[in-house]
Design a protein around this ligand. Structure first.
Ligand SMILES: [Fe+2]
Length: 491
C-alpha cells in the first residue's frame, strides 16, 4: 500500500514539475517566427511585389503565394545578418504576377510560417485607385524613443483600411522614420508598429534627412537593408493605374549637373509624351514652400520650374511637423488660383506639407498663400478617379479618433477616361481566342466522327448488297454460297 501511495505521489510531483516545461516555447520557435513584415515594389506594381521580414534566428526565406489559401507558387531567397542588424533580414521578390488580382501569401520557412495575408496587384487597364500619405514619424531624440504618435497614426490608418474594405492600394511615407538612423532597436520598434498595415498594404518611401548619418552625411545601411524600392532606392518612379508617381531624394544632390536631376528631366520628358499617364504626382522630403520657414530654396530653384514645365499636378513633402496646403503656386510662389477647394485644370501644382505622423509638432503661422494648416497628428488620403478628378483629404488624428479637416479636388479634363470595349482587355482577348479555338476543334472532331460513321455505313451497305453478313472477316474472305458449292459438286 505504501509503495502505491509513493508511486501516486511521485507521479503527481513529476506532472507538476512538467507543467512549466510544457508551457515554455520549444527552443528556436520564436527565433524563427517572421516579424516586421512589409511589402513594397521594386519594379512594375502590376506584376511584381517584394516581401520583407525579420527573424531573430537564421531560417530560410520563403514566400508561398497564390489565388487562395492553397497558394500553389513559391519563391525563395537567402537571409542575411548585416553588421548593423540584431536579427536576420529576409527579402523575397515575387514576379510574373497577374495584374489586378488579389493574392494570398505567407512568409517564413517550413514549420514557422506567418499568418495568411493578402495583397493586390496594380490594374492592367486604368481604374479608380486610392492611397495614403504620411510623413515624419521620428522619435524626439537619441535618448527618447517615444513613438506613441506614430503608433496612434498607424492604428488610425489600420482602422481606416479595414472600414473601407482595403480601398487603399499603397501608402507613401515622406521621410524621417526615426531620429537617429543608426539606432537599430528604434528601427525595430518603428517596424513593429508599421507592420500591422504594411503586411497587406504596399509601403513606399521618399528618403528624409534623418535617414542620413549625421556625421558622415551618407545614407545609413539600415535604410537600404530594410527597404526594397526601385533603382537606387533614392529616386525612382512607377506607374499605378493612370498616374505616374515620382519619389525624389531632396537630401542628396539634385542640382542641374547631378545624376538625379538628369534622371528627373528624362523621366518627366518621357511621361509627358505617354498618353497612359494622366496624372503626375511628385513626393519628397524637403518642401519648397512652407509657412514654418523659408522652405528649401534649392528645391524651389531647381525642381519647381520642372514641375511647372511638365504639368505636375500634385507635390507632397514632409520635414515640417505640421499639415499645410497652399493655393496652386507657380515656381516663384505666386498664387495662380484662389479657389478654396475646387481647382479646374490648374496651370501649376498644388503643394502639400504633410509631416505629422508622430514627430514632435512644430509651430507655424499661415501666410497669404496658405489655404489650410494645422498642428496635429494625422495623415492624408488621395483618390484618383477615371472621371478626371483627384480628391484629397487630410485627416486629423487626436486621442485615437480621426476626422477629415481639409479636402480639395482637382479636375483635370485631359484625365477623363473613356471606357473602351472589354475586348480590348488583353486577358479577355486571350480567353476569347481559346474559346474560338475550342469551338473550331470541337466542330472538326464532330465532322470527322460523322464522316467515319457515314463511311462505315456505306461499306456495310455495299457488303450487304454483295450478300455479306456484316462480319469483317467474312467480308474480306466471303465463303462461296451453297448454291455455287452445289453446282461445283454437280460438276
Ligand atoms: Fe526632416
Amino acid at each position: 500500500m505504501n509503495s502505491v501511495i509513493k508511486i501516486i505521489l511521485l507521479s503527481v510531483l513529476v506532472f507538476i514539475l512538467s507543467i512549466p516545461l510544457s508551457m515554455k516555447p520549444t527552443a528556436g520557435e520564436s527565433d524563427h517566427t517572421p516579424i516586421r513584415i512589409h511589402l513594397s515594389w521594386e519594379g512594375d506594381p502590376r506584376t511584381e511585389l517584394t516581401v520583407m521580414w525579420e527573424t531573430a534566428g537564421m531560417t530560410d526565406s520563403i514566400v508561398e503565394y497564390g489565388s487562395d489559401l492553397r497558394y500553389g507558387s513559391s519563391e525563395k531567397n537567402v537571409s542575411s545578418k548585416p553588421d548593423w542588424a540584431n536579427g536576420y533580414i529576409h527579402q523575397v521578390k515575387l514576379g510574373g504576377l497577374k495584374a489586378g488580382r488579389e493574392y494570398h501569401y505567407r512568409c517564413g520557412s517550413p514549420g514557422y510560417w506567418s499568418g495568411d495575408f493578402t495583397f493586390r496587384t496594380a490594374p492592367e487597364i486604368p481604374e479608380d485607385f486610392s492611397f495614403l500619405v504620411i510623413g515624419d514619424s521620428r522619435n524626439p531624440g537619441n535618448n527618447n524613443d517615444d513613438l506613441n504618435g506614430w503608433e496612434m497614426v498607424v492604428q488610425s490608418m489600420k482602422d481606416d483600411i479595414r472600414e473601407n474594405q482595403d480601398k487603399y492600394d499603397f501608402i507613401h511615407f515622406l521621410g524621417d522614420n526615426i531620429y537617429n538612423p543608426n539606432q537599430q532597436l528604434v528601427w525595430e520598434k518603428w517596424f513593429d508598429i508599421l507592420s500591422i498595415v504594411s503586411r497587406e498594404t504596399v509601403f513606399m518611401e521618399s528618403i528624409g534627412n534623418h535617414e542620413y548619418d549625421y556625421s558622415s552625411s551618407e545614407v545609413v545601411p539600415n535604410y537600404f537593408g530594410q527597404f526594397a524600392f526601385p533603382g537606387n532606392e533614392l529616386w525612382y518612379s512607377y506607374n499605378y493605374s493612370n498616374a505616374h508617381i515620382i519619389s525624389l531624394d531632396t537630401d542628396g544632390d539634385f542640382s542641374p549637373e547631378s545624376p538625379q536631376y538628369h534622371w528627373l528631366v528624362n523621366d518627366l520628358e518621357r511621361v509627358s509624351k505617354d498618353e497612359e499617364n494622366k496624372w503626375i504626382i511628385v513626393m519628397f522630403h524637403r518642401p519648397p514652400f512652407t509657412s514654418g520657414g523659408k522652405g528649401d530654396q534649392d528645391v524651389k530653384e531647381y525642381l519647381c520650374p520642372l514641375f511647372d514645365q511638365y504639368g505636375v499636378d500634385l507635390v507632397l513633402a514632409g520635414h515640417m511637423h505640421i499639415y499645410e496646403r497652399f493655393y496652386p503656386l507657380d515656381q516663384t510662389g505666386e498664387v495662380m488660383d484662389r479657389n478654396e477647394s475646387d481647382y479646374d485644370d490648374p496651370p501649376v501644382p498644388v503643394y502639400i506639407v504633410d509631416g505629422c505622423a508622430g514627430a514632435p509638432q512644430y509651430s507655424s503661422y499661415p501666410k497669404d498663400w496658405t489655404a489650410y494648416m494645422e498642428k496635429e497628428f494625422g495623415y492624408s488620403r488621395i483618390s484618383v478617379s477615371l472621371d478626371g478628378t483627384l480628391h484629397f483629404e487630410h485627416l486629423q488624428v487626436r486621442g485615437g479618433q480621426r476626422k477629415v479637416v481639409d479636402e480639395f479636388e482637382i479636375l483635370k479634363r485631359d484625365a477623363i477616361y473613356v471606357i473602351e470595349e472589354e475586348a480590348d482587355d488583353p486577358e479577355s482577348r486571350t480567353n476569347m481566342m481559346w474559346i474560338v479555338i475550342f469551338i473550331v476543334v470541337f466542330v472538326i472532331i464532330i465532322c470527322i466522327v460523322l464522316l467515319m460513321v457515314k463511311g462505315s455505313g456505306k461499306d456495310r451497305d455495299n457488303y450487304e448488297e454483295r450478300g455479306g453478313n456484316g462480319s469483317a472477316l467474312v467480308s474480306i474472305n466471303p465463303l462461296p454460297d451453297e448454291s455455287a458449292t452445289s453446282e461445283d459438286e454437280k460438276k
